[in-house]
Ligand binder design. Structure first.
Ligand SMILES: Nc1ncnc2c1ncn2[C@@H]1O[C@H](COP(=O)(O)OP(=O)(O)OP(=O)(O)O)[C@@H](O)[C@H]1O
Length: 266
């Protein structure tokens, strides 16, 4: 098949099975959100796909070939995490260029896309800034540009916009969708915010149970890029909650306690 196929039979940490039987198939260009209660194994699953952890029983393939971090990966892969993980001694531009280094070494005619990507995410005037002179939202923009500069066929995102204020998060979500529209990567996007999943994704996968497995594969109605705070997203969330109350209670409890924490910190 074309695209991504994940078949995990088992993933253990310290003798404890964290992921059980999990199968996910996804086509190139799809945007898939992965949600589930805290500790369900979302980040673990992403790190297996990223090849950061190869100690598991199962197979992960891209267009039928093993997707491995060793040697040449069959899919250009982009990643973005909760923390922007920028090199503090490099400018914004050089941080993005760093992700192109391998490609530049391989292809001497390759022209850097780093400046154009920074322009696209709204940082055209800040390319020479050091990370510690950038706001948290701007640092995430650099990380977003860096994820896309490799023109990824597969983009792995682990809560990339968590703990940003709503307007900053919304601007980043819009930038992400614009870049997706142009480059059409397959996106695996981990979030604990069900509204964010319903606003961005084509499909939402719910990871849950012990050991974790995919408990629900939910196609999202409507176009990508809904407003997180819209009535459309609220009613989609309500409908899901009414249909799968047991499944979603853990996720919504997380979201509520995060919101309480944000209020306490405000
Ligand atoms: N390196 C590790 N060593 C041991 N246990 C680990 C390790 N990484 C994760 N775990 C355990 O695996 C389980 C799944 O963790 P994971 O971080 O993947 O969950 P998650 O769904 O991403 O959670 P959250 O939403 O809180 O980030 C948890 O019980 C966690 O404690």
């Amino acid at each position: 098949m074309s695209g991504l196929r994940i078949h995990i039979r088992e993933k253990r940490f310290d003798g404890k099975t964290v992921l059980g039987e999990c199968t996910v198939e996804a086509e190139p260009g799809e945007f898939i959100a992965l949600v589930g209660p805290s500790g369900a194994g979302k980040s673990t699953l992403l790190s297996l796909v990223a090849g950061l952890d190869e100690d598991y029983d199962g197979e992960i393939t891209w267009n039928g070939a093993p997707l491995s971090n060793h040697g040449e990966s069959p899919a250009h892969m982009g990643m973005m995490f909760q923390e922007p993980r920028l090199m503090p001694w490099l400018s914004a531009l050089d941080n993005v260029k760093l992700a192109e280094a391998e490609r530049m070494a391989r292809d001497h005619d390759y022209q850097s896309n780093a400046a154009r990507l920074l322009e696209e995410v709204g940082l055209g005037d800040a390319t020479d800034f050091w990370p510690n002179h950038l706001s948290g939202g701007m640092q995430r923009r650099v990380a977003l540009a860096r994820a896309f500069v490799v023109e990824p066929q597969l983009l792995l995102m682990d809560e990339p916009f968590v703990s940003l204020d709503m307007p900053t998060g919304n601007r980043l979500r819009r930038s992400l969708l614009r870049l997706c529209e142009r480059q059409r990567p397959l996106v695996l996007f981990v979030t604990h915010d069900l509204r964010e999943a319903l606003a961005l994704a084509d499909r939402v996968l719910f990871l849950g149970d012990t050991p974790a497995r995919v408990m629900l594969d939910h196609p999202v109605e409507g176009a990508r890029g809904k407003d997180l705070e819209s009535a459309e997203v609220a009613s989609a969330q309500q409908a899901l909650l009414a249909r799968y109350p047991q499944l979603l209670s853990g996720i919504l409890d997380n979201a509520r306690s995060d919101a309480d924490e944000d209020e306490d910190n405000a």
